[in-house]
Structure formats: C-alpha cells, structure tokens
Design a protein around this ligand. Structure first.
Ligand code: ZN
Length: 441
C-alpha cells in the first residue's frame, strides 16, 4: 500500500488512538507520581483499567520502589525575572527525578546541570535520573547559548517523598484461564511514539477485544518502565505462569516498517505467529533475535520467568531520529500508522486464537472437493466460488495428520494464517476435519 493509500484507508480506530495520544501528551509523567495517575484516569474513561499502588520501600526482586516524585513548577530566570526556561513550555525541561532546588547560581554552574542535544540545536532532550540524587535542566542548544548573563535564578519545585508507584491492569476472561499479556509503558513525558503510541494501542486492543468471545484470557498492563513490570511480576508470580503468549507495545505510530524482536525462547508460538503475519503482509518488515536490553521484555524474559513475550513495533527505540527528545511529538505519529500497527496486532491475536490441530477424516487419497462445493467451477465467476481457496484447502487436508497445527501449515505453505484458518473452518463444516484428540494449539 502506498503512503497516500494508507492515509486514505485510515479508519476511526487509528484516529481514536491518535486523539488519545493528543490528550495525554501534555500530562507530566514520570516513574511515579500524579501524572501517571492522571494518565490512567483518562484511559479508564475508555476502558475500566484498575489502578494498583505499590508503596515506596517495597522490595520487588532485586529492586526497591523509590520515593514518589511530583514536579509542580520549574524555571530558569534572569535577574530581572524573565523566564528563559519554563516547565510550562515543555514537561521535558527538568531531568526526571531531579531533587528540588531554588537558588541563585552562576551561569557556569548552571551549565554543568544543563543537558542539550548539540546535533539538534532546536530540540530538548528527554533525560531521567531515577536512582541518583541530582538535579538538572534539559534545554535546547539555542536556549543554552542564550545564557549570556553571569548569574541566574533557578527553581525546581518538586516533592520527593514516600508515596507509591502506580500501575494499571485490565483483564478479560476467556474460555480458558491461559493468558495473553499485552504491556506498555506509562512513564514517559511528552514522547508520542516512544511511550504513548504503545499505551494507546494496548488501550484500543482492550476496548475491542472485550467485545469479542475469546478462547484465551487477556491481561493488559500499563506501567512505568522496569519497576512496573517487576512490581506486577512480584505481586502475581502464580498468575504469570498462566501467560502463554505476550507482546510489549512500543513505538507503534511512526513511519517506519514493522519490526519484531523475538522472545528469549525464540521459537515460541508468539514468535512464529508474528513472523507469519509480517511475512505474509507483503510489506517491508524485520524480525530480530532476542537481546537482553531494550524495554519491559527484559523483565518478562529474565531467566526466572522466561515468558514467551516479544516486542512488536515499528522503528525500534533509539533507531528513529526523534527518539528521547522534544521531536518525538504529535508529528512523529500518524493515525494511519497507528491503525496499521493495530491491524498487525489483531492479526497476531487471530493466529493465537485460531490455531488448532486437526485430523483429516478422509486421508486416503484426496477427498472429492467439487462434490462438496469446495472446488472452483471451470468457468469461475460464480459468487459462491470466490470464497474457495483451493491451495489453502489442499495444504490443510494434506498436513492435518494430527501432528501439524494450523500455524505449522501456514509456515510450510507460506500462506497467511487467515487463509489457512478459513480453509480449515470450511473443512470442519464439511466434516472433512476433526479436532485431533488430545492436542491443543
Ligand atoms: Zn524511552
């Protein structure tokens, strides 16, 4: 599909996701604090996510939940009181988790606490310092050069005290209690692609899937990076063992091609499902092996859990020029790309939901498909026959010996899983296939 065609095909779901990102963009988020709570409140207006609070000082495996940080105001002003840098202009202006400070300092000292992106003089970097006691301002290179006086008044009005870390989850009960986990971060301020796009996609999936009858149960997790998944895992170790498949959603709104980072297991059903969806999309894409750095997959795929969870994204974090800067704004994401990513996620879920193993009930020779209306008539063109996909029917019949799942059939045939699933359903209807006894997936 060309970009223009993709834009034209933008449906209301992509637009709805974009509008949620737009609404959440100005909220000041961090690892903890009221910005995270406000973000969850807004999402919960659409899908009733439940908020969980984990107290400061709680041990989560090798980590401890830190003090809660709330930022009220911050500025750098000249001695006449003119604000050179003002938090009201951008939530990125203060290094996340900065200690509070209000003082008059020399320009030289201020420069030691200033972070810029020299290669992009107009952009403000996004920086955090969760685990070291420091303070700092993030500003554009241009703002830094404008600091021509000897002294400045600075203020970071922040509270840093015992409180909570906040995360949210939403659960849909399916026919089985085996779960599919969908996870995204809610800690990044003013980052549309790296952060809000994943959140919007997970919220949209939750809102759509709750309308469907599902085989799997689904768990949607919105949490601050690293400590969020760790807190959830620590509180839900038993439940975690029910997770059969999962995806971490991040960077799903930019113009880049789809990229999949495999789970640590590497050949889990989720890895194969995503690979089939991307390979049969006819679009440019990349499948990468697991590496132990990145986002929340680091916790889910740690050896003590080793969950089959991969990352389905567009441009990976750190690999698009706007990453972790003020340029990752609303222009970095589009309704069309959000919609496209969502459709890929839906297609993966359809694979997981629809995968099954069957037994051909007429395995000696080919069953006569024409007699059953499952073979195209010579002249073609009749409306009923346009739904017949002979290739897919023949693949399913041939490989359904009780050992191959439909995903195996899709892989071996190179056909899209949706075609294989549809053919299998038609064959089941005509009693040419039955569930293979004692086999699932
Ligand atoms: Zn990030």
């Amino acid at each position: 599909m060309t970009d223009t065609a993709a834009t034209a095909a933008t449906t209301s779901m992509g637009q709805e996701m974009y509008e949620l990102i737009e609404e959440l963009y100005p909220i000041r988020r961090s690892l903890t604090g009221d910005g995270v709570r406000e973000t969850i409140r807004r999402v919960a207006r659409r899908v009733p996510f439940e908020t969980h609070e984990v107290a400061t000082g709680t041990s989560v495996y090798d980590w401890v939940v830190p003090n809660e940080w709330n930022l009220r105001d911050a500025w750098i002003a000249d001695l006449e009181g003119n604000r050179i840098v003002d938090l009201q202009e951008s939530p990125l202006h203060v290094v996340g988790y900065s200690m509070p400070i209000r003082t008059r300092i020399s320009a030289a000292e201020l420069r030691r606490h200033a972070f810029t992106l020299p290669e992009h003089p107009d952009r403000i970097p996004y920086r955090t310092s969760y685990y070291g006691e420091m303070w700092g301002f993030c500003l554009s290179e241009k703002q830094l050069h404008a600091l021509s006086q000897d002294e400045y008044d600075i203020c970071i009005d922040a509270s840093f005290e015992p409180g909570h870390l906040t995360y949210a989850e939403f659960h849909i009960a399916g026919e089985t209690n085996e779960e599919i986990l969908l996870s995204a971060n809610i800690c990044h301020p003013a980052q549309c692609n790296d952060g809000l796009s994943g959140l919007a996609l997970v919220a949209m999936l939750a809102s759509r899937l709750r309308l469907r009858t599902l085989r799997y149960s689904y768990r949607f997790l919105l949490s601050p990076g690293t400590l969020g998944p760790l807190s959830w895992l620590a509180a839900n170790e038993r439940r975690a063992s029910r997770i059969r498949h999962g995806l971490v959603a991040t960077c799903v709104g930019d113009r880049g091609a789809m990229t999949y980072k495999k789970s640590r297991q590497g050949a889990a059903e989720i890895d194969r499902a995503v690979a089939n969806v991307l390979a049969t999309s006819g679009e440019e894409h990349e499948v990468r092996p697991f590496v132990p750095w990145g986002g929340d997959e680091r916790q889910f795929c740690s050896p003590g859990f080793d969950l089959p969870i991969g990352v389905l994204m567009r441009s990976p974090p750190g690999e698009f020029p706007e990453y972790h800067s003020s340029a990752d704004d609303l222009r970095c994401v589009s309704a069309a790309k959000l919609e496209d990513s969502l459709q890929k996620y839906m297609a993966v879920i359809d694979v997981l939901e629809g995968n099954a193993t069957y037994l051909n009930q007429s395995p000696k020779g080919e069953p006569q498909l024409g007699r059953r209306g499952l073979y195209r008539v010579v002249s073609g063109g009749s409306a009923g026959n346009t739904a017949i996909d002979e290739q897919a029917l023949l693949w399913v019949l041939n490989l359904s010996d009780g050992t191959n799942s439909l995903l195996d059939v899709a892989e071996r045939s190179g056909l899209a899983f949706a075609r294989i699933r549809k053919a299998a359903s038609q064959l089941v209807e005509h009693r040419l296939l039955e569930d293979a006894p004692g086999v699932t997936g």
